[in-house]
Design a protein around this ligand. Structure first.
Ligand SMILES: NC(=O)C1=CN([C@@H]2O[C@H](COP(=O)(O)OP(=O)(O)OC[C@H]3O[C@@H](n4cnc5c(N)ncnc54)[C@H](OP(=O)(O)O)[C@@H]3O)[C@@H](O)[C@H]2O)[C@@H](O)CC1
Ligand SMILES: Nc1ncnc2c1ncn2[C@@H]1O[C@H](COP(=O)(O)OP(=O)(O)O)[C@@H](O)[C@H]1O
Length: 312
């Protein structure tokens, strides 16, 4: 039986009601599915994408992620992003947050290293990291903008979330030159801030496809069903996750998980697909026994969820 796009949207319009969604990322059974840009991610796709941990591998085999996040009132966002990254298996994680958060970082996540915000502005300071994420709880002030602008001087891809997206919304000059294969992870309000107000999801998805192709980036448009839009305009629909996860900080953890996968060598699109799938699946596993789940719990659940998934 055919699946239509409107099943994955909070609203409905004539176009999404007739748009066929292909099942899985591989070959499709009908011509309509084969030519559709919309694909529903299936567990078999994840099993094909996900790489097992190799014999004789060591921390260096799994990359070094840098997280630039947090401000005085939103230090928790930096901790949650770091926690997502750590539990998604990055070999090394370094977090750049305000120094006043250092005791919390060392107490809660002793595996994570720290770098001062100012140190990021030095030449070459950012070159040693295999993946960079910026934005959760960062704030939108001049210093945050300066730090984000510094990333552009490197001419390398990065993951932008939350306040980094809000800054980019006010700096179209920067957005226009974002490095290819960067990943943006907006929720609906952040998306409309970046690319203009939309009155329905069909139009929003068309804009996401157009912008992802034009800029050569991956856009992760978050919702109950999250849409991962590739640099070629394909739209991969993630169906893991549930309303128990509707709590602050959940997106911060997702950003940490995605940066961990980029650090581990996955291509941007694959890192986004794996990140969204396991983030939602961890929430689903927890929701079997919990009415609501916290962002911290989701991060901690990730390694168990992956192990169970691979054994299933
Ligand atoms: N512990 C910490 O330090 C935490 C720090 N955090 C960090 O704080 C920063 C600001 O975060 P924020 O929550 O104040 O603003 P943001 O997420 O932009 O929402 C603004 C408004 O947008 C709307 N909206 C959002 N999602 C929507 C949806 N799916 N569907 C529809 N509407 C939606 C919604 O408007 P409403 O509908 O409620 O009027 C909402 O009020 C950010 O950097 C973040 O990383 C948080 O992660 C929490 C934990
Ligand atoms: N009802 C839901 N079903 C599935 N996933 C959800 C639901 N509510 C929230 N999420 C997930 O939680 C995350 C919320 O991200 P975001 O809005 O950026 O939160 P925050 O800014 O508080 O970290 C997204 O990944 C979203 O898909």
């Amino acid at each position: 039986m055919a699946t239509f796009l409107n099943s994955f949207l909070p609203d409905s319009d004539p176009q999404s009601k007739t748009q066929i969604v292909g099942k899985g990322l591989g070959k499709q059974t009908t011509k309509e599915e084969e030519t559709s840009p919309f694909r529903l991610i299936e567990p078999e796709d994840i099993k094909k994408l996900f790489k097992p941990r190799a014999a004789f591998s060591y921390k260096g085999s799994y990359g070094h992620a840098l997280i630039i996040a947090g401000a005085q009132q939103t230090m928790g966002a930096a901790l949650l992003t770091s926690k997502g990254c750590l539990y998604a298996g990055a070999g090394l994680t370094t977090t750049s947050m305000p120094e006043s958060g250092l005791t919390a970082l060392n107490t809660l996540l002793p595996e994570v290293m720290f770098i001062k915000r100012k140190a990021l502005l030095k030449n070459d300071a950012l070159t040693k990291y295999s993946a960079i994420a910026i934005g959760p709880g960062l704030g939108k002030g001049a210093k945050a903008e300066q730090t984000l602008a510094q990333l552009f001087t490197l001419k390398r891809d990065f993951i932008a979330d939350a306040d980094a997206l809000n800054i980019l919304a006010s700096r179209p000059d920067l957005l226009a030159i974002i490095e290819k294969h960067s990943i943006l992870t907006p929720h609906v309000k952040e998306f409309d801030g970046l690319f203009g107000k939309h009155t329905n999801w069909w139009d929003r998805l068309q804009t996401a496809r157009k912008k992802a192709i034009q800029l050569g980036i991956v856009i992760v448009l978050k919702n109950q069903y999250t849409f991962i839009v590739s640099q070629r305009g394909e739209v991969f629909i993630n169906s893991t996750g549930n309303p128990a996860m509707a709590q602050g900080g959940m997106g911060d953890v997702l950003t940490g998980i995605i940066v961990a996968y980029v650090a581990q060598g996955y291509a941007a699109k694959d890192a986004a697909i794996l990140g969204c799938y396991f983030h939602g699946k961890a929430g689903d596993d927890l929701a079997i026994k919990s009415f609501n789940v916290t962002a911290s719990q989701v991060a901690e659940q990730i390694p168990r969820t992956i192990k169970d998934f691979l054994l299933s």
